[in-house]
Write a protein that binds this ligand. Structure first.
Ligand code: NAP
Ligand code: BGC
Ligand code: ZN
Length: 380
């Protein structure tokens, strides 16, 4: 289990009580959001949310930032709730229950929220089946991303059904549960697509040395030989982390995706986390027979020239599979909690390169920030 950061100080219950007093209706809280038409996040002063029965009021600890947040800030993905001019950002959160209302949660529980919620016209079969992650975008909203405010504020509320309890000792790194759950789901879908025959993957190729790719490397190295492709110099901290984890770095400027089999070996499993559209096509060349590639990136429009006949017949003649994967469900969050508990503690210190205070939240959105960043609202 990862050790809490030394700066973590436990608040007493009387301090927590202070926040759930009758004053709460008058309180304003700090939030970080993006206004329509802006190209950088800014602070907002918003009313503290009031939990309805069945909802939970959560005091936010830390909220992570990923490539999707940068895409939302750039206006390339998602947007504010209907009729609103700004979106409170943040979908990778960890917090502490301060008001459980009528739910089974208890004050002091450490929780991580899932991202998807039913759309404004009500619930649907995906949510009723507990498979919101399989809903098309038209059948859900995503908190902090598309159509619903996120968790980057001092407090947030959520239906208890969308909160995952986590062990208290994981609280400092709890903001990594959501992104890790994304990889849990993608790898589950990839494995499921190969479940009708004896498939024992020995080699993986992860595309991207960003936050998502690096978590996938950490997940896969105990099980197989892992190559990780990026476009950074070897002095880059992401490359150093790839190598520290025991994976082999591949510089795409020297060895593009399709050349990996000749330069190294073909991969039973490809995990695409670059958001570079061409990689969805080129990765098929990097696959071994019977291999599968999981695609996670969210590229904008991109026209490329391909030999569609080669692409098509290679997939068919070698029983290859491509599977797209988005979002994650409660079981993936629970798997992620287990997964993070098994990561070496040094990984967290190397991987998380910036914990910015709310007053200096801009540092967490710096496009040149090296690896994983988060905004800290409070400590346990
Ligand atoms: P990120 O921080 O943008 O990381 C992308 C990484 O890919 C960076 O290391 C980037 O290199 C590298 N890269 C981009 N183009 C490349 C190329 N042509 N050759 C080699 N490397 C290249 O994003 P992230 O947070 O890790 O997420 C990765 C992608 O997955 C994003 O598109 C994100 O939106 C998406 N995503 C999807 C889901 C889902 O549910 N499907 C969940 C989370 C994220 P540089 O650092 O040099 O730019
Ligand atoms: C989030 C997912 C979300 C996806 C598409 C990712 O960054 O982690 O929860 O479904 O973006 O918006
Ligand atoms: Zn994300």
């Amino acid at each position: 289990m990862p050790t809490p950061s030394p700066s973590t100080v436990r608040k007493t219950y009387s301090e927590i009580d202070k926040y759930s007093s009758t004053e709460r209706h008058e309180r304003r809280v700090k939030a970080i959001g993006i206004a329509s038409g802006d190209d950088r996040p800014r602070p907002f002063d918003v009313a503290r949310p009031d939990p309805a029965p069945g909802e939970v009021l959560v005091r936010t600890l830390r909220v992570g930032v990923d490539g999707t947040d940068h895409e939302v800030v750039a206006g390339a993905h998602g947007g504010p709730p209907p009729g609103e001019e700004f979106l409170i950002l943040g979908h990778e959160a960890v917090g502490v229950v301060v008001d459980p209302t009528t739910t089974d949660f208890e004050r002091g529980d450490v929780v991580v929220p899932t991202v998807r919620r039913p759309p404004s016209d009500g619930s649907n079969a995906y949510f009723e089946r507990g498979e919101a992650d399989m809903a098309p975008p038209s059948a859900c909203v995503e908190r902090g991303i598309d159509g619903a405010h996120g968790f980057m504020s001092e407090y947030f509320t959520s239906s208890a059904a969308f909160l995952i309890p986590i062990p208290e000792q994981l609280a400092p790194w709890g903001f990594l549960v959501e992104p890790t759950s994304i990889s849990e789901k993608a790898l589950e879908l990839a494995r499921a697509s190969r479940s009708s025959f004896a498939w024992t993957p020995e080699t993986a190729l992860v595309l991207g040395t960003g936050p998502l790719g690096l978590v996938a490397v950490a997940m896969l190295v105990p099980e197989m030989d892992v190559y990780c492709l990026g476009r950074r110099d070897r002095s880059d901290p992401g490359v150093a982390l790839v190598e520290a984890l025991g994976a082999t770095y591949v510089d795409s400027r020297e060895t593009p995706v399709g050349a990996v089999p000749d330069a190294h070996e073909s991969a039973d499993l490809v995990y695409e986390a670059t958001g570079h559209a061409r990689h969805a096509l080129d990765c098929v060349d990097a696959l071994a027979p019977n291999g599968v590639a999981a695609l996670l990136g969210l590229p904008g429009a991109s026209e490329v020239t391909v030999d569609a006949g080669h692409f098509h017949s290679d997939l068919v003649m070698h029983n290859k599979a491509l599977v797209g994967s988005v979002n994650s469900g409660p079981e993936h969050f629970r798997a992620a909690v287990e997964r993070l508990a098994g990561f070496p503690s040094w990984f967290f210190e190397e991987y998380v390169t910036e914990i910015a205070p709310v007053e200096g939240f801009e540092a967490a959105f710096d496009p040149d920030a090296t690896l994983k960043t988060a905004v800290e609202f409070d400590t346990l």
